[in-house]
Design a protein around this ligand. Sequence first.
Ligand SMILES: [Zn+2]
Ligand SMILES: [Zn+2]
Length: 140
Amino acid sequence: MPTVDELTRVLRGSSLRVTGPRLAVLEAVHAHPHADTDTVLRAARASLGAVSHQAVYDVLRTLTDAGLVRRIEPAGSVARYETRTSDNHHHVVCRGCGAIADVDCAVGHSPCLTASDDSGFVIDEAEVVYWGRCPACAAA
Ligand SMILES: [Zn+2]
Ligand SMILES: [Zn+2]
């Protein structure tokens, strides 16, 4: 887990003002990869005390816009957030319970950006979602 000093540097590095809610939300997303907004809100409240849903939502958007947080939204799922950004990794999602895990690109660096036919588009992101059942759901 990054320290408050490290998180402060991360915010400053993106020219963001350092505020309590921003630190708390960034820390919460670090601690709970692929957390939904409610989970981030609970974690932020645990460290900050009273903070509104809207404030957390605004911070998540600011951090996402700054590239510090990545927002993913698998079909049928609410938005999830993670601090592992800019490596274009993929996700595997459980059809049973909605659990999400990271999947690295299989070959080299962001190979999935190399479309077999790009139709002339300049491609900067690929979204790959693997669907299946997590070990717990598969065992049940
Ligand atoms: Zn599951
Ligand atoms: Zn991820």
